[in-house]
Design a protein. Structure first.
Lengths: 128, 450
């Protein structure tokens, strides 16, 4: 599919900042600065590849979203539609950060190699 | 794993209908049902041959030949891609061609225009070469359309359960196997005999096409849905075919609901059921696949039971006719509800995954070609706006329901003769249709879990 961006550790912050500046600039240009950018951040803890809390994360189009992942085992995650990937080390953390520009419901699934379908770890809903 | 091909393709699911919109749709369904009943209380709105507009198009024959040749070329191209192309589902034409362009897109075209499969069916065109050699055995009457019922069930299984349906080579083999079977049927019993009773897609697209305004058989225009009330009673096997088709359309959506997922988990946790599943899985299916297969077989039986109950009630309240006769008379009037649901459920998929044909046109085999300079095209997921889906889906489902209720009333007037009996007969039918429409709305309001 489309190009994949891998965001891990400190690199994410740099990209996140760059994105938020871009989004802010874009919203200034489009809406004359009327639309305030809401930042929605989520802390998600995974145990055995399953979330301990919410199954569905809800944000609104235009929000700046930060997903902070924690996992008991190493896991590679893929947010479909936005095509973002991140690898969480065992007992470690990783962050996905992006502007929710595309409305819809998107699965975040465990990324494994080879064919086959995998049940989503959780879902992101971007409301219009 | 519902439509892993279909939905896995898009990487984006539709947002579920918001509660207020779901409630609005449900309310409109009920209110409009009564409006139609009130309409029929006083007069008999016309729905017959008078409403048809015959077409005389001089260029049709020429356009038909070109379109038939194009259909054959696409069919062969997809098969060749499947057998010899790269085996990545996204880079091989056959996967998009079969599951998105043909099964979703062509079904849309038939429902919105008319039965286009009849003039374009590449299997029938290719068979033309062999037709003169056919022994044309008499088709056994007892077989009715049962071959199509069995084949459609196999197809539905492939679409909804089969794990390898996205593997180009396996898909190509399945398409070729089905084609060989269709050619054998046409060869043995004659082209028309098999197309009308054994070729599952001629029946399926024919039923969808009856909803469309263009009567491709007679070359005439008619009001949308009128084709479903045209024929008198259909054979029992045809009733089963229609209900099987409707049930699989609903089952497709149901597979993706959280309720299905919790049921599946409950079954796996129940000892007796899981033992049964384990035995089934010994036949070579995985446990998930075994469970989906059982559910896929159970759904049409549930539909049949619900429809039989409504037919029995129609006979009971009117005191006239037989349950079988009534069932055979009314079954097609349910189709608009399924068409509306199908359009709503698949619209976003068609406009997003359908875009894969743009890069695939340049590189159908996944060899890295760039014939038309479109190989680098990236699918635009933003094209599927949630607002279009939300308002479009509710409007379509309510509209489909209105057409279905209207058709059923027209058929009732024809079947029962007196206006009083016709109106009474429609109480159970209306209840069934409202329930069916509510089921569609409920599924559309469920968050999709893939």
């Amino acid at each position: 599919m489309a190009t994949t961006t891998t965001i891990t550790g400190s690199a994410s912050r740099a990209i996140a900042i760059r994105r938020s500046v871009l989004v802010a600039a874009a919203s200034l240009a489009l809406a004359g600065g009327a639309a305030a950018q809401a930042e929605k951040s989520f802390d998600i803890a995974l145990a055995g590849g399953k979330p301990l809390g919410e199954q569905t994360l809800r944000v609104t189009k235009g929000d700046k979203v930060v997903l902070r992942w924690k996992s008991d085992r190493p896991i590679a995650l893929h947010l479909h539609g936005y095509d973002l990937e991140t690898s969480v080390p065992a007992q470690g953390t990783a962050t996905m950060s992006f502007a929710a520009s595309l409305p819809g419901r998107f699965p975040i699934s465990e990324h494994t190699h080879g064919p086959g379908h995998h049940r989503a770890v959780l879902y992101l809903e971007v409301l219009p | 794993m519902a439509s892993a091909a279909a939905h896995g393709f898009g990487q984006r699911f539709d947002l579920p209908l918001p509660l207020w919109l779901w409630v609005t749709g449900a309310g409109a369904t009920i209110v409009l049902s009564f409006v139609i009943v009130a309409l029929f209380v006083r007069e008999t709105p016309p729905l017959d041959a008078a409403a048809r507009l015959p077409l005389r198009l001089s260029g049709v024959r020429w356009i038909g030949s070109v379109a038939r040749a194009a259909a054959v070329a696409l069919f062969l191209l997809a098969l060749v891609a499947g057998f010899f192309g790269a085996q990545d589902p996204y880079r091989n034409l056959i996967v998009t061609m079969v599951w998105v362009v043909w099964w979703v897109g062509f079904a849309f075209a038939c429902a919105l225009i008319g039965d286009l499969w009849r003039p374009l069916n590449p299997l029938a065109t290719l068979f033309g070469w062999l037709e003169r050699l056919s022994p044309r055995l008499p088709y056994p009457a007892w077989l009715a359309v049962w071959p199509a019922v069995v084949l459609f069930f196999c197809f539905a299984w492939a679409e909804l359960v089969w794990r390898d349906k996205d593997v180009p080579l396996y898909l190509a083999r399945a398409v070729l196997a089905y084609s060989a079977l269709a050619w054998a049927g046409m060869f043995l019993f004659g082209r028309e005999a098999w197309l009308e009773r054994g070729e599952a897609f001629s029946l399926a697209f024919g039923i969808l096409g009856r909803f469309g305004p263009l009567d491709t058989r007679a070359g005439a225009l008619r009001p949308p849905g009128a084709g479903l009330a045209e024929s008198a009673r259909v054979p029992f096997s045809f009733v089963v075919f229609v209900l099987l088709m409707l049930a699989t359309v609903t089952f497709d959506g149901f597979l993706e609901t959280p309720l299905h997922q919790s049921l599946a988990t409950a079954v796996q946790e129940s000892r007796a059921l899981s033992r049964l599943l384990f035995q089934l899985s010994e036949l070579g299916l995985g446990e998930d696949a075994a469970m989906s297969t059982v559910a896929l077989a159970a759904f049409p039986l549930l539909f049949l039971a619900a429809y039989w109950l409504a037919s029995w009630a129609m006979v009971a309240v009117t005191g006239s006719g037989t349950v079988l006769g009534v069932a055979c008379a009314f079954v097609l009037t349910l189709v608009p509800i399924a068409v509306a649901y199908h359009l709503s459920h698949y619209f976003s998929l068609l406009v997003t995954a359908g875009q894969f044909v743009i890069p695939l046109a340049s590189d159908p085999f996944g060899y890295g070609w760039n014939l038309f300079g479109t190989a680098g095209y990236k699918v635009d997921l933003a094209i599927a706006s949630p607002y279009v889906f939300w308002y479009g889906a509710v409007t379509l489902v309510v509209l489909g329901h209105v057409i279905a209720v209207y058709l059923a009333h027209s058929v009732a007037l024809r079947e029962f003769g007196s206006r009083r009996l016709a109106l009474m007969s429609q109480v159970p039918m209306l209840a069934l249709m409202v329930g069916y429409t509510m089921l569609s709305l409920w599924i559309l309001a469920q968050p999709i879990v893939g």
